[in-house]
Write a protein that binds this ligand. Structure first.
Ligand code: F6R
Ligand code: ZN
Length: 186
């Protein structure tokens, strides 16, 4: 039987207490994601394979909703900001919310039909991710980007589509600011 409880979410560290699960993605695990493969190898080697992001879950399999945080480190690979893998949900009726707690970033979204949108990620903004929109978060700031996500427990992840063909746009630093450019490899 499940019982109600308050879950503490630290908006700066992203810690979730109590949590049920967590994982860390090191930069080397994001091989193939960034445009500049040589720059990627260099950052991994010279930067000691830094952590790119961490995900902390509060999830009860017996319940339809779950939530957690994603904690994204700042960094760049060949001018491209650190980003998540990006995915569609397996369940075609499942959207998601991303409520930014600290830091700054961009949420890059792409529909199945190929329409591209971005939503600014900054404290106070809760991004609505509709079903059937792939979503990738990008830390465009110099601090951690921490956001709370909430979705259906069984929404599932389809990583394959984005992994195989990438997204239509890249987010890179240009003149000290984030710029959204066409992905030359798409
Ligand atoms: C869940 C969700 C987030 C991401 C997390 C890491 O549906 O969107 O919890 O899973 O931000 O991003 P990915 O999974 O794309 O590496
Ligand atoms: Zn998602």
């Amino acid at each position: 039987m499940l019982f109600p409880e308050g879950v503490a979410i630290d908006g700066i560290s992203g810690e979730v207490t109590p949590s049920t699960d967590r994982y860390t993605k090191k930069l080397s695990e994001l091989s193939g994601l960034f445009h500049d493969a040589a720059a990627f190898d260099k950052v991994v080697a010279e930067g000691g394979d830094p952590i790119a992001y961490e995900v902390v879950d509060y999830r009860k399999q017996e319940c339809d909703i779950c939530f957690g945080t994603t904690i994204m480190m700042p960094g760049q690979v060949g001018g491209e900001y650190f980003m998540t893998r990006g995915h569609f949900h397996e369940r075609k009726d499942c959207g998601e919310g991303y409520y930014t707690q600290s830091g700054e970033g961009l949420l890059l979204l792409e529909s199945r039909e190929g329409e591209v949108r971005t939503v600014e990620m900054k404290p106070g903004i809760c991004a609505f991710i509709p079903p059937e929109w792939a979503h990738r978060s990008i830390n465009t700031g110099s601090e951690k980007l921490v956001f709370v996500w909430f979705c259906a427990t069984d929404a599932g992840h389809d990583y394959g589509t984005i992994r195989e063909r990438g997204m239509r746009k890249l987010v890179v630093e240009r003149d000290g600011r984030p710029a959204i450019i066409d992905n030359p490899n798409f």
